[in-house]
Design a protein around this ligand. Structure first.
Ligand code: NAP
Length: 299
């Protein structure tokens, strides 16, 4: 819950003004936490009438962002994924402005998909990147474009994002899905509280000249699909879904769903949690799903 993020985070540097491109699921949560920690925050959405939009930004539109939004910005976060043609939507439209801004910190939300398949082994920030999916190849290219911009940037690599309203609870409650079993297959994940909490921690470290280039933001327990969905069903007190073999289930999977099962890795958070001292709010899916349930019930 947001209050846990706020409770454990130090205030942000005074006069911080944070510009967030892409106020979707993660972006809005980061914005809400940062506001409560004393920063001024402006968040974009493509449709300015959508919840959480402070200004409109759509790389497909000709609308120009007003200078007043950039004025006084100290920190910038991009949560916008690469376009289908591989371009970074934010850099394409605003790169020429951003590179001349006197930023104290910028963060680019990327994915752990850039590591590619490690056949169930651990990946750290030092692991070789060999993306195999086209979207991960595009992502790595966007990481490199952000790094080449010349601003003080950190690349934040995220595994599957979940949180209230978007978690295994909704998946089991829909009762549409069986639980897919593929021997040895695990997934890493991260709760949005810890995306927000880790970013605030990293911003504060950066101001003390502790500034690693790439950080994985992941929880401590990669787990199987069956473990996570069973936990969700137990929390909801509904029957645990049937188990189906990957061979059988894969016949009806979309290409996107199938692509997630073609790679297998465990994402290490050692750098974030040990070297950089971040304390996870939800160390694993069990704690994170309980939080999602409580949040859903209180809304
Ligand atoms: N979901 C996951 O499990 C996962 C895992 C690893 C990494 N990631 C990456 O982490 C980042 C945040 O994830 P999320 O789940 O919070 O994403 P999200 O909810 O889908 O938010 C993405 C944001 O980007 C904006 N956006 C997309 N295309 C745009 C364009 N062409 N021009 C302007 N804005 C555009 C969206 O605008 P609207 O608000 O108008 O829709 C939205 O605000 C994304 O880059 C995502 O790809 C996601």
């Amino acid at each position: 819950m947001l209050r846990e993020v706020v409770k454990q985070s130090a205030s942000l540097p005074s006069n911080s003004k944070i510009l967030i491109f892409g106020g979707g699921f993660s972006g809005q949560h980061i914005a809400n936490a940062a506001r409560q920690l004393g920063a001024e925050v402006l968040c974009s959405r493509r449709d300015p009438t959508k919840k959480g939009a402070d200004f409109a930004f759509d790389s497909a539109s000709k609308t120009v962002i007003s200078d007043k939004h950039f004025h006084g910005v100290t920190h910038l976060i991009s949560c916008v994924p690469p376009a289908k043609n591989g371009e970074d939507p934010v850099l394409k439209k605003c790169g020429h402005i951003i590179k001349n801004m006197p930023l104290k910190w910028a963060g680019y939300l990327s994915t752990t998909g850039v590591y590619g398949d490690y056949k169930g082994g651990w990946v750290t920030e030092e692991s070789d990147v060999h993306p195999s999916q086209n979207r991960s190849i595009r992502r790595l290219a966007c990481e490199q474009k952000w790094e080449a911009l010349g601003v003080p940037i950190q690349i934040l690599r995220l595994p599957g994002i979940y949180g209230p309203g978007r978690s295994a609870l909704e998946a089991v409650a829909s009762q549409r899905n069986s639980m897919v079993y593929k021997p040895g297959q695990v997934f890493s994940r991260i709760h949005i509280d810890d995306i927000a909490g880790a970013i605030i921690h990293l911003i504060n470290l950066f101001s003390k000249d502790i500034c690693p280039r790439i950080i994985n933001i992941s929880d401590s327990l990669p787990a199987t699909n069956i473990e996570v969905l069973s936990c969700a069903a137990n929390l909801l007190d509904i029957p645990i879904p049937n188990i189906e073999s990957f061979e059988s289930a894969s016949k009806n999977m979309s290409p996107m769903a199938l692509s997630f099962w073609q790679e297998n890795r465990k994402v290490s958070n050692h750098k974030l949690c040990n070297d950089l001292g971040y304390k996870l709010i939800h160390t694993d899916y069990r704690d994170g799903l309980k939080d999602c349930l409580m949040s859903n019930q209180s809304n």
